[in-house]
Design a protein around this ligand. Sequence first.
Ligand SMILES: [Zn+2]
Length: 286
Amino acid sequence: MVTTAKQVNEHTRQSFVRRKVVTDPLSDYVIDAIMPYYPKSVQVIGAFVDASNQYWKTNWHWEFLLNRLKLFQTMDIEKKYRDCAKAIESVLTKSTPNPAAGYLKSAMGIPKDKSSRAEITKRWAVVRQSKKDFRRVLNGSKVLDGMEVKTKKTWLLSVAPIARPGRSKHSTGYAIDLYGKNAEIIEISKKLGASLVYPEGSHVHVEFAKGVAGKPLPSAHKAPTLEVVPQSIVYGDDMCMMSPYEYAALKEDARNAPALDNFSETGGVLRSLVNILDDTLGEDWW
Ligand SMILES: [Zn+2]
């Protein structure tokens, strides 16, 4: 395919990829291929995540969400929202990893959680629901209104959907998370022929399954098959997909929340979720 993306050559690998990002040969290839096209303000914040680190990521999000719930309760908000946050916190702490903390400040994979994969998958379901609940509380409380974009993005990350462990497209190597001005990232990524561009409030998830700027992925780096966790271990199929009812409710929320249009450059988490559902995707996200 013909690409119209222009090389701007503003990055070195060091300036383009954040220090803690983990890569594999395929994501290295993709990163090098896309690097010339993105401006200085755009950075890679996520790339390759293997199956075991996807379980670890559930704990990262668990700890991050818990911290945000606590911080939220110290803010100048109506009591009813504080009570909601407290309730979500108590649900979340019933599914505590072992050790209970340290995921946020360490490199990916550290500390090692002693919980079994089945237990972590259960925790993922709790985190997923808690994020949905907290998103409603955040929106209702209006604390994000007028907040500086960078800070707002950190809150949006706390309520961003998270892939079921073992199911993330980040295990393929061709999925890259980009941080910067979302609209700009979306435009450039589409011009580069991305197979998927998913705007999240906090960042943009981009997949290059079909290569970059007309060049196919090297066959030597064929994307590995995703590990699939047997459903029977923990929950039925209904736990990993949103039900039609939830979907309808979410769409309704997005329609009835015009304020969300100012939530972020891309229109907010709810709209992102509606987009993701419209594209019949699973969840992902970092
Ligand atoms: Zn991603």
